[in-house]
Ligand binder design. Structure first.
Ligand code: MN
Length: 311
């Protein structure tokens, strides 16, 4: 099944648009991957300038193809995000962070994905994991790749996730073909980041995502050129917990979302439960970490409907 992206404007200073392939009207998630955004390539000046905002109940995976972003968060992380290094932020019960593109001559090209946390760990303490080096995948000539998350071809990533998942970046020279052995209990998606592919025989253009349901033991990639092919492979065991996704939060009920929203929006005066970082109770939100962006992004009004959990 081919998923085409829709353009979504982010609440950033630069008003950038991302291409979102998940969630999609035809598919809500792939394993516990619930959100796939692809950004750029574009000039750094149009890059990511996202003021402090919260997350709950999820992990974010930021993966750069080009460019440089500085990440800062309420657990004290100050991390330069560069291509080839993995940055996995676990929101758990609550975290706040900001993202700032560094000006440079190179383009900005990135993906950000969200992983829903299962019931057993969705309230864990927030944390941030930076992996400067990732395992290379043993691939035949014409292909190369690194493993971001999970296990593939006997290689294992140290990334800490909370349900069975896989993610890898794969690069193929134009005209080459790769048949990859995968876990047949997983469903998979292939996001084409550069070039053009046939994914299991399905023509998939740049920015599109090809979905393969569980039950397949191999994924077949063909780089049909003329450019080299770069893809992000994601997969996971079907994640069937009903969740409520709203704004930057993942919860299990409308009431929980209401409380999370109030906790964040009342944070300027006092964070009642310390969910998004203990500020000493009297500090404004943008002082709780050494933020360079300034300000904060309040949660919007809730829609005038009851948000229902969805599988
Ligand atoms: Mn964020």
């Amino acid at each position: 099944m081919l998923l085409e992206p829709r353009l979504v404007k982010l609440s950033t200073r630069t008003g950038v648009e991302v291409r979102r392939t998940l969630p999609n009207a035809r598919l809500r998630r792939i394993g516990a991957w619930v959100f796939v955004d692809h950004f750029g390539p574009t000039a750094q000046t149009d890059g990511m300038v996202v003021a402090a905002h919260p997350h709950t109940g999820l992990q974010t995976m930021t993966w750069l193809f080009e460019g440089l972003v500085e990440h800062r968060d309420s657990v004290g992380s100050i991390q330069k995000i560069v291509p080839g290094q993995l940055n996995l932020m676990t929101a758990g019960r609550g975290i706040s962070h900001s993202e700032l593109s560094e000006l440079g001559p190179e383009a900005m090209h990135a993906a950000q994905l969200w992983i829903a946390l299962p019931e057993s760990t969705r309230e864990v303490a927030p944390s941030f994991q930076h992996l400067a080096a990732l395992p290379a995948l043993p691939l035949p000539a014409g292909a190369s790749g690194s493993l971001l998350v999970g296990e593939l071809l006997g290689v294992r990533s140290p990334a800490q996730v909370h349900s069975p998942l896989v993610a890898a970046e794969l690069n193929l020279v134009a005209g080459s073909t790769l048949t990859l052995a995968v876990d047949n209990t997983f469903e998979h998606g292939v996001l084409v980041v550069a070039g053009t592919a046939q994914v299991n025989g399905e023509l998939t253009a740049v920015t599109e995502l090809s979905f393969a349901p569980a039950g397949q033991a191999t994924m077949r990639l063909e780089a049909i050129g003329p450019e080299p092919l770069k893809v992000l492979l994601i997969g996971g065991a079907p994640f069937d917990e009903p969740i409520v996704m709203w704004w930057n939060f993942i919860a299990r009920s409308h009431e929980e979302i209401v409380r999370m929203r109030e906790a964040w929006n009342s944070f300027e005066s006092a964070d009642v439960d310390g969910r998004f970082g203990d500020s000493g109770k009297s500090e404004p939100v943008f002082n709780i970490f050494e933020d360079r962006v300034g300000g904060w992004i309040p949660a919007p009004e809730l829609p005038n409907v009851i948000l229902r959990p969805r599988v």
